[in-house]
Design a protein around this ligand. Structure first.
Ligand code: UTP
Length: 298
């Protein structure tokens, strides 16, 4: 079996209830961060890591998503007529990023279920899962390091971030053992959204995974868990205890960079401000305004 990860799966079929009413008719992954839909950053991250085959798991209101990664001849012609090469480039760029495929999840039965519907496309290969509402700052890439760990050890690799005790109940949480590598741990168990007192560590699971194809067989047997959803966390718990010869073993890479949950309103606002404030075009004006605004607040 090939050890090389070539395909990326991007689940984007969730209901996005934390962001209503914006997400009533628009997938939350299509909400703009500064001037680009959140999901375009995610696809760019996959492509930068060499994953040019991208499968979106979509649900209701998938049209805006498909349209964004497709040609728009009317718009292209209008910009061509005006000779606006720069904006023309912005319109065509998403269509040329990657080989994009779509599959419908049907009912949003949970992240584990979303991953399972990718099985036909992925086949018997390791693959990456990038959550469409989890934005890793492009300056802090983590996938290449995860791929290196997967190549060295096989099995599955997840991405962990240290969070304050009061926030751990928002995430999946990993029980870990240290390894000889500073920022790599062996995952021994996982708990979905534990109360702080029950959390086995302060390591939260964030939305980047490299999964062994053994996960599909496990997911098929995974009963609905927390919230009545088929949880990827529950399948990872099983993989963590399975022998390496059967595709088991889960390692965690500790991420210390910048990351935003664009499905959460506060984190979404922070992502917009931070990314815009550091840009050459918008940054100087935004920073000047922010300083003024904050001074008036206090
Ligand atoms: P979330 O846990 O953020 O759930 O999903 P959600 O339903 O989208 O959002 P809220 O909590 O109601 O606001 C994490 C990721 O998994 C995808 C989502 O699109 C998101 O990228 N997902 C979740 C699916 O693709 N299918 C599902 O059944 C559930």
């Amino acid at each position: 079996m090939s050890k090389v990860v070539r395909k990326a799966v991007v689940p984007a079929a969730g209901l996005g209830t934390r962001f209503l009413p914006a997400t009533k008719a628009t997938p939350k992954e299509m909400l703009p961060v500064v001037d680009k839909p959140a999901i375009q950053y995610v696809v760019e991250e996959a492509v930068a890591a060499g994953l040019e085959d991208v499968l979106f798991i979509t649900g209701r209101s998938k049209r805006p998503l498909e349209d964004h990664f497709d040609r728009n001849f009317e718009l292209e012609e209008a910009l061509e007529r005006k000779g606006d090469e720069e904006r023309l480039g912005l319109v065509t760029e998403p269509t040329e990023l990657a080989r994009i495929h779509y599959v419908r999840q049907g009912d949003p039965l949970g992240l584990g279920h979303a991953v399972l519907v990718a099985e036909n496309h992925v086949g018997n290969e390791p693959f990456a899962v990038l959550l469409g509402d989890d934005l890793i700052d492009p300056r802090d890439p983590i996938l290449p390091h995860m791929m290196q760990i997967r190549e060295e050890h096989g099995g599955s690799v997840i991405c962990l971030m240290e969070v304050p005790a009061e926030s751990i109940s928002l995430y999946g949480c990993a029980a870990v053992e240290v390894t000889s590598e500073n920022d790599v741990v062996r995952v021994t168990d996982l708990v979905e959204k534990p109360e702080a007192a029950q959390a086995p560590s302060s390591y939260a699971v964030i939305g980047r995974y490299l999964l062994d194809p053994a996960v599909f067989e496990v997911l098929r047997k995974t009963a609905p868990g927390r919230g009545g959803e088929i949880q990827l966390t529950d399948a990872l718990r099983v993989l963590a205890t399975m022998p390496a010869t059967e595709g088991g073993g889960v390692r965690g890479v500790i991420f210390g960079g910048r990351r935003y949950d664009t499905g959460d309103r506060l984190s979404y606002l922070q992502a917009n401000i931070m990314l815009a404030a550091e840009r050459d075009d918008l940054g100087p004006d935004l920073r000047a305004w922010l300083r003024d605004y904050v001074a008036k607040l206090s």
